[in-house]
Design a protein around this ligand. Structure first.
Ligand code: EPZ
Length: 448
């Protein structure tokens, strides 16, 4: 990543190692898979650690590209980030010299915008790149900026960057969002922990990752609590201390492996899986006729009924937690291609998150887009191996699921998208009996 010192605007994206997955499908998966720590919790913890100059230690952090990008972004600010062992990160933000988050970071990972709240609140100023949109939607950050302004910040937008200052200290207030935003809630929450006075956030996101962030902040000495399901209250403190925290398991990764077991007609056990964070998803999978049972931290999946009696079509709608997670819409859509009947999919959170279905249709699915938010899937259709292209992280993992269920061999271009958010995904599939290899684009030489 470019040295952010001295100040410069031009952006030279680093070349991405283009890789493909080659998957030979049609084999029932079986065995056990351990679920890794949550990407969408870990990234916010690393940002939250900049609220104190003391050392913070995180365990159960997934070994994924997004975490590596966040660590690098922090190092470029002058933050000390150590990686003493697998899945373990230590962060010490004593001397943050350069309060500038460049386009390079934002272009690679939206969650870099999570540095706005903590840096503004602790240091009173930051220049941060607008992360812009991606393949799943326009994804503006206006709610984040409005929340900071309501806490007393002054923010100007120039040349793709937000110039934010907090003359004196941020001031506690009521932060009212027009609708639920996960990172909007989290950015306001982090900023409010060092603000002067009380802040009330509503409607606050209820995602388990937000509660995990609250648990970490409480260990840092922050006065923060969820007082109602959709309300978070914070009493600002002058400073916070370092703390240790173990990141919760990744419910989206867990849901992805549930579908892997189901659509291959296999039997898979997920260990370290957060079933209680997946109620809406487990309800849909059960309604479709997949055998699924939850233990304290395990999930048993039985997909052997895929041929007889077969899975049933289901209508689904995504929503903020505790609704069905939008990140599980793509994997669930693959399951619905193997169900008998017509399923209606309402993607209510993001406006471009159904386009990937076109790639699934290249493998023999019958998905029809009605508009930006609605599609229907007619099943059951046998899937065949094909050459497909990944556009984003969750669609990428879902094309891998379709390839595992398909007859023949599938080549999936854009493997790097999946590594952003899934730890060792090929290894995990291999251990469940899949035939999968990772190849450098345009060669037959394996890279795994
Ligand atoms: C988080 O994104 C997750 N990312 C997303 O996961 C997840 O899909 C999303 O929450 C919803 O659950 C991380 O935690 C890093 P939002 P976030 O703000 O916070 C609109 C993955 O695959 N909006 O809750 O950016 C927005 O466009 C990723 O792991 C505004 O209009 O999502 C969307 O339509 C993908 N203005 C809706 O709100 C704003 O300022 C909900 O988005 C903010 C959001």
């Amino acid at each position: 990543m470019a040295d952010a010192r001295p100040f410069h605007w031009e952006y030279n994206p680093e070349p991405v190692a283009r890789e493909v997955f080659r998957i030979e499908g049609g084999r029932p998966l079986s065995g056990s898979v351990a679920i890794s720590g949550s990407k969408n919790a870990a990234l916010k913890m690393l940002a939250a650690a900049t609220l104190t100059g003391e050392r913070c230690r995180f365990t159960n952090v997934p070994e994924i590209e997004d975490v590596r990008v966040m660590a690098e972004t922090l190092r470029d600010l002058g933050v000390v980030v150590d990686h003493p062992a697998a899945n373990t990160y230590e962060v010490a933000s004593g001397d943050v010299e350069w309060l500038f988050v460049p386009l390079e970071a934002a272009a690679k990972m939206r969650a870099s915008f999570m540095l706005l709240g903590p840096l503004l609140s602790r240091f009173g100023r930051v220049i941060i790149s607008n992360p812009g949109g991606d393949r799943i939607g326009r994804r503006p950050v206006d709610l984040h900026v409005d929340a900071m302004r309501s806490l007393g910040a002054e923010i100007e937008y120039r040349n793709g960057y937000y110039f934010a200052t907090a003359p004196g200290r941020l001031r506690g207030t009521e932060v009212r969002f027009p609708f639920v935003s996960v990172m909007g809630t989290e950015n306001a929450l982090l900023a409010a922990t060092l603000a002067d006075g009380q802040t009330v956030i509503r409607p606050a996101a209820q995602e388990p990752e937000v509660d995990d962030l609250i648990a970490f902040l409480q260990k840092m000495g922050a006065e923060v609590a969820r007082t109602y399901p959709d309300t978070i209250e914070i009493h600002g403190r002058r400073r916070l201390r370092g703390a240790d925290h173990s990141v919760i398991p990744d419910r989206i990764e867990a849901g992805t492996f549930v579908v892997a077991g189901a659509v291959t007609g296999g039997r898979v056990t997920l260990s370290g899986a957060p079933c209680d964070h997946l109620a809406a998803f487990v309800e849909v999978v059960g309604r479709a006729g997949v055998g699924i049972s939850c233990g304290r931290d395990t999930i048993e999946v039985d997909g052997t009924g895929i041929d007889d009696p077969g899975f049933r079509a289901c209508d689904i709608q995504t929503a903020p937690y505790p609704g069905l997670a939008t990140d599980l819409q793509p994997p669930t859509s693959v399951l619905l291609t193997q169900a008998h009947g017509v399923s209606n999919v309402h993607e209510a959170v993001f406006e471009d998150r159904l386009e990937w279905l076109g790639e699934l249709n290249r493998m023999g699915a019958r998905a029809e887009l009605q508009d930006d938010h609605h599609a229907s899937i007619t099943g059951r259709t046998p899937l065949q191996g094909a050459e497909v292209e990944i556009g984003d992280l969750r669609a990428g993992a879902s094309l891998m699921l379709a390839a595992l269920a398909a007859e023949g061999t599938t080549t999936i271009h854009g493997a790097h998208h999946v590594h952003r958010g899934y730890e060792n995904i090929e290894r995990k599939f291999l251990d469940l009996g899949a035939r999968i290899e990772r190849l450098a684009e345009g060669t037959d030489s394996t890279t795994s």
